[in-house]
Design a protein around this ligand. Sequence first.
Ligand code: URP
Ligand code: ZN
Ligand code: ZN
Ligand code: ZN
Length: 452
Amino acid sequence: MDLLIKNGTIVTEKEMFRGDIAVKDGIIVAIGNDLSDIPCKNVVDAIGKLVLPGAIDAHTHLAMPFGGTVSADDYYAGTRAAACGGTTTVFDFALQDFNEKMVDVVKRRDALAAPQAAVDYAFHIGVKDVHGELLDSMKEAVEYGVPSFKVFMVYDFGVTDGVFYKVLAKAKEIGAMISVHAENNEMVNMLVEKYISEGKTDAWHHYLSRPEFVEAEADSRAIAWAKSLDASLYIVHLANKQGVEYVTKAKEEGYHIYAETCPQYLHFTCDVYKREDGRNFVCSPPMKGQESQDALWEALKRGDIDTVATDHCPFQQAEKDWGKDDFRKIPNGCAGVENMYPYMLGKANEGVIPFTKAVEVCSSNPARIFGCTQKGSLTVGKDADIVIYDPEKDFTVTCENMHSDYDHTVWEGTKLHGYPVKTFSRGRLVYDNGEFVGEPGWGKLLKRKLSQ
Ligand code: URP
Ligand code: ZN
Ligand code: ZN
Ligand code: ZN
């Protein structure tokens, strides 16, 4: 045996129990009450600690060209930070270039990721261009093991409604999952123009140009099209109450509509945009009001929100400052990859949700939805992606104790009771009590097939 984790409380999406876990060649080979008879080189005593599956962050933007620059964490920094926050798999968005075949997008981004990644990774393909044979090229990507695509309804690279519909229909045909960034682009552009012409240029007007109804309307449109095709649809970074209601209704009707929210929407409200440093919180969709935040928590508890992921897309302070006097110039996005699991587990430790729920939304559900069959649970035969969590360790987030390349974080000063103390990626220790101990190049590209 290569690793034996003893005496911990094992947490799955369904239950918690005292037990030992044995690992060989990166795989969980035994789970039992007492495995102390098994000879092992490396025994870790987890008494008083929780033993959890590593989180799967199904939404990151590493080294992504965006907003006139490139996001601050490359594949090394982003996955190093992930490991130190108990996240053992990241799904990154590989954005298509115009005229580029889908499988080539993956290969181009994988050439960057493979030598850098410190934990395992997968890609969603961000679709921009489906002219000619490019739509059909989605099939080749699915066969290559990348069966998930994303469309943006906003930004200069967003797709038209017609393209979105074609992509949904193709996905249904070839067994792929479509994710969507849902906001109404026309409304955003109209409101941005209005506020700028009125001289209202601060971060608060970023929020007012993308308020609740702008997101909700796009959610309802996207869901309507998915329903018409009976296609699966995954709404990323859901942040508004009405959108939650549309998702709940579609699920009740039996459609395969999935929703993700992010820790920033669960923790912050739009009030952050009134702060002097409000630009640092600018992301799209923006944080919403308290009612929306409450609705997100309720939906998460009910199971209508399926996953929590980060939308990790940090920019440096100087880049955020471009938009000090003009919110249009603020690169959109915030940090989170190192904060998600500690934050959600912290909420479990406070009693807001059960630990099993934190495991379900941060690990088991993303694995299931996106076909990561070897991840997402502590089960014999799965990859030994394991986190040991100390429920009594107090931790305050600062930029200095994070492991990213960014120079500020929206999570600065957040106090957590309970924190991960060790992370294993396929049985290899990659994080140990505050220190990253992994290496670039360890992470492998996950090839996937959807079960739907
Ligand atoms: O503001 C955000 N969310 N930036 C990253 C790109 C996206 O929309 O997901
Ligand atoms: Zn988005
Ligand atoms: Zn995103
Ligand atoms: Zn305590």
